[in-house]
Design a protein. Structure first.
Ligand code: MG
Length: 239
């Protein structure tokens, strides 16, 4: 019997009246950097200075944190603040699930659905890595550093019509994003990523974070939601 040390699927919900839930097998978590003007500014960068870039989180970063995802009793969440960081930030992001190989002419047709995710980031080790010209893995790729809501099957038109998505930190609203604020629209992001790698079923794209990133501490509660209530994410930081 194998011991499951990480998660490899997210619940994918389809159908609004009679919901069906099937597992979506995640193969890669692809994270876009600097896709919101106000967040680029808060990190000290000029927005629009360069095309979007991306990095990967390992599959061991995945943490189902939605309504149908795994729920944990108090004190039992596998999410832990990395011991080597004193400044761990939340980054709320819209997650796009790819359903098949995108077509060059209409990349948005490859979208199978969306979710809300947190790109948890050790800001201090990220700054040290940047300074030293080293990779970001310890800052961005630690275990369970990508909590994700359930995925909802949606086409591009439905995703475009989504309202604001919001993150509360200990019940205070800290981040609010909207697809219209993205510097690079999602179809262009898909095209840009496709310049470097073949996207396919199982690839989840975290589309960048709006302004308002901030540090979390033991005992804190993070909750992300959208006007579609099925898009809800809960993360309790263990004491
Ligand atoms: Mg991010």
């Amino acid at each position: 019997m194998s011991h499951q040390s990480h998660f490899s699927t997210l619940p994918l919900i389809s159908g609004s009246s009679a919901e069906s839930i099937e597992p979506y097998a995640v193969r890669r978590i692809i994270c876009i950097g600097r896709n919101y003007e106000e967040h680029a500014k808060e990190m000290g960068h000029a927005p629009n200075e360069a095309p979007p870039f991306f990095f990967y989180k390992p599959i061991t970063a995945l943490l189902p944190a939605g309504i149908h995802g795994t729920t944990y009793a108090a004190g039992e969440s596998p999410f832990q603040l990395p011991h080597y960081s004193q400044n761990i930030h939340h980054e709320l992001e819209l997650a796009i699930a790819i359903g098949h190989k995108p077509n060059e002419d209409a990349p948005e047709q490859a979208i199978l659905g969306c979710g809300l995710a947190l790109d948890m980031t050790c800001r201090d080790t990220q700054a040290e890595s940047k300074k030293g010209g080293r990779p970001w893995d310890t800052a961005k790729g630690f275990d369970y550093s990508a909590p994700c809501s359930d995925l909802i099957a949606m086409n591009w038109n439905e995703i475009e019509a989504l309202g604001d998505f919001t993150l509360t930190h200990n019940e205070q609203c800290v981040q609010k994003g909207n697809i219209t604020q993205m510097i690079w629209p999602i179809p262009q992001l898909i095209t840009e990523v496709m310049r470097s790698t073949q996207l396919d079923y199982g690839d989840i794209i975290l589309t960048g974070t709006p302004a308002g990133v901030g540090a979390v501490n033991k005992g804190d509660t993070l909750k992300a939601y959208c006007d579609d209530e099925r898009l809800t994410l809960n993360l309790n930081i263990e004491k």
